[in-house]
Design a binder for this molecule. Structure first.
Ligand code: FES
Length: 176
C-alpha cells in the first residue's frame, strides 16, 4: 500500500512544540512525515518546498504560529501570501495544490497536529504518489541546497578575515 512521504516544515515555537506535545502525550499519528524544524514559518522559501517535491516528497506540510502569535511579528503573514502564490505555481508544474498544506498549530495543540496529520496523509493517499514526470521543477543550477556537499559555510567570512589580516599587516608596516 502506498505510504506518502511528507516533508513537514515546522516552526520551532509552535507546531514543532505541538508535535512534541503529541509525542509526549503518547498520541498516535501517521509516521509519514519528516520534520524540518525552522525558526519561523516565514523562513521557508518557496525554493525549499520545490526542492522537497523535486527530491521525492509526495506532499509538504507547513506548520506555523497562529496569526498574531508569530515570534517575529509578521513571519506567518508572509508565509500565508507566499503559500497562496506557490499553490498557483504548483498547478503550472502539474502538481496538485492539495499536496501543499499550511496549518497554524500552537505548542498547546497536540490534538490538532494529530488531526491534521491524519487528514493530510489520508488525502495524499487518495491522490497517489507524485510521479517523476510531474516534476519539471527547477534544476540544480537554479537552487543549491544549503546542505549540499561542497557548500562552504562561512566561506565569505574567511575572505573577510583574510582582508582583516592584510589590513593589520599594512598597519603594522605603517607603524614601522
Ligand atoms: S515564529 Fe512561528 S510562525 Fe513565526
Amino acid at each position: 500500500m502506498f505510504e506518502p512521504r511528507i516533508v513537514c516544515f515546522f516552526c520551532k515555537w509552535c507546531t514543532y512544540a505541538g508535535a512534541d506535545l503529541a509525542g509526549t502525550s503518547r498520541k498516535q499519528y501517521p509516521p509519514n512525515g519528516v520534520v524540518v524544524r525552522v525558526n519561523c514559518s516565514g523562513r521557508i522559501d518557496p525554493q525549499h518546498v520545490l526542492w522537497a517535491f523535486r527530491e521525492g516528497a509526495d506532499a509538504v506540510l507547513i506548520g506555523g504560529c497562529h496569526p498574531g502569535d508569530c515570534h517575529y511579528q509578521d513571519g506567518n503573514y508572509k508565509t500565508m501570501r507566499r503559500i497562496s502564490l506557490l499553490k498557483r505555481m504548483l498547478e503550472d508544474f502539474g502538481i496538485e495544490p492539495e499536496r501543499l498544506r499550511l496549518e497554524w498549530i500552537s505548542a498547546a495543540e497536540g490534538d490538532k497536529l494529530v488531526r491534521v496529520m491524519d487528514e493530510f496523509v489520508d488525502g495524499i493517499k487518495k491522490l497517489g504518489p507524485l510521479t517523476l514526470d510531474e516534476r519539471p521543477l527547477p534544476k540544480d543550477r537554479d537552487f543549491v541546497s544549503p546542505h549540499a556537499s561542497g557548500a562552504k559555510p562561512g566561506g565569505s567570512k574567511s575572505k573577510k578575515s583574510g582582508a582583516k589580516k592584510t589590513t593589520r599587516k599594512k598597519s603594522a608596516k605603517a607603524k614601522r
